[in-house]
Write a protein that binds this ligand. Structure first.
Ligand SMILES: Nc1ncnc2c1ncn2[C@@H]1O[C@H](COP(=O)(O)OP(=O)(O)O)[C@@H](O)[C@H]1O
Ligand SMILES: [Mg+2]
Length: 244
C-alpha cells in the first residue's frame, strides 16, 4: 500500500529488511528507513561499505521485493540503472549493447550519447576490448539511452583514475541536469558527492539510517574549494559521530 504524497517525488519506506545469516539467524540491514528523492535532482547516498546501499538500490528498482515496506515511484517512471560492474553482453558490440537496451532509440542519438561519454570511437568494439573506464562509459550510455526519468547509479566511477572519474561524472551530471532526471548516486567518495549532488544523504548506524541530509546550495558550476572544504568538514563530523 502506498501513502499519499507529492506524486513527483520518489518515496521509499523500509520497515524491515533482513538477510539470512550463515549462523542461521538474521542480519537486519534496514529498519524503519525512509528516503525521499526530489524530482530532477541529483542525490548522493554516501556511507561505509556494508551498510546497505546496494540493498536499498535493489529495493528501489524492484529487483528485491523480499522486504517489509513500500516504494512509491512517480507515475510512468522509467529507470536507468548502472551497477558497480558494467555487466555488458560480451558477444555484442558496444553499439549492439546500446541498441538492445534501447531498441526504439535512433542510432544517431545513441552515437551522440556515446560521443558525450567518450566511447564514440568504440561503437564497433566488443566489451572485452575496452578498458574499465570505457566499459563504464558504455554502462552509463546504456542506462541513459532509454531516456530514463530515474537514474540509479551504484558506485559507477569506482576504481577509475581520478581524472577519468571526474570527466565521466561531470558528463553524467550535465546530461541528467539537461534532461531533468531524478538521480540517486551511491558513492563512498565524499568529494565526488559534493561536486555532483544537489542533496547528500549520509548513511550510518546499524541497522542503517539517514544520519545526515545536506543540501548543496551552490550550483555545480559555481562550486568553490572553500565551500567544498566546509561541506566536507560538516560531513566528516556527522560520520565520525555515527559510524560504528
Ligand atoms: N544476498 C545477500 N545475502 C546475505 N547477506 C547480504 C546479501 N546482500 C547483502 N548482504 C549483507 O547486507 C549488508 C549490506 O550489504 P550491501 O547492501 O551490499 O552494502 P553496501 O552496498 O552499502 O556496501 C552487508 O552486511 C551484506 O553482507
Ligand atoms: Mg554496494
Amino acid at each position: 500500500m502506498s501513502p499519499v504524497g507529492d506524486p513527483k517525488q520518489l518515496e521509499v519506506f523500509v520497515r524491515r529488511k533482513a538477510f539470512h545469516a550463515a549462523n542461521g539467524g538474521q542480519r537486519e540491514v534496514l529498519r524503519d528507513f525512509s528516503l525521499t528523492l526530489e524530482a530532477g535532482k541529483i542525490h548522493a547516498l554516501v556511507g561505509p561499505s556494508g551498510y546497505g546501499k546496494t540493498t536499498l538500490l535493489r529495493i528501489i528498482i524492484g529487483l528485491d521485493r523480499d522486504f517489509e515496506g513500500w516504494v512509491r515511484l512517480p507515475p510512468e517512471t522509467k529507470i536507468g540503472v548502472v551497477f558497480q560492474e558494467p555487466r555488458l553482453l560480451p558477444w555484442r558490440s558496444v553499439l549492439d549493447n546500446l541498441k538492445l537496451a534501447a531498441p526504439l532509440a535512433a542510432v544517431e542519438d545513441l552515437t551522440k550519447l556515446a560521443d558525450d561519454l567518450g566511447i564514440g570511437d568504440h561503437l564497433h568494439n566488443f566489451p572485452g576490448e575496452l578498458s574499465l573506464g570505457q566499459a563504464r562509459g558504455v554502462a552509463l550510455a546504456r542506462a541513459l539511452a532509454i531516456a530514463p526519468n530515474l537514474l540509479v547509479l551504484d558506485e559507477p566511477f569506482v576504481s577509475l583514475d581520478e581524472a577519468l572519474a571526474r570527466r565521466l561524472a561531470s558528463e553524467v551530471a550535465m546530461l541528467v541536469e539537461r534532461r531533468l532526471v531524478t538521480t540517486l548516486l551511491v558513492t563512498h567518495d565524499i568529494d565526488e558527492a559534493i561536486r555532483l549532488a544537489d542533496h547528500i544523504l549520509l548513511l550510518g548506524r546499524r541497522p542503517a539510517e539517514i544520519v545526515g541530509n545536506i543540501d548543496v546550495t551552490l550550483p555545480r558550476r559555481a562550486m568553490t574549494a572553500d565551500y567544498a572544504a566546509k561541506t566536507k568538514a560538516q560531513i566528516g563530523a556527522i560520520l565520525a559521530e555515527t559510524s560504528v
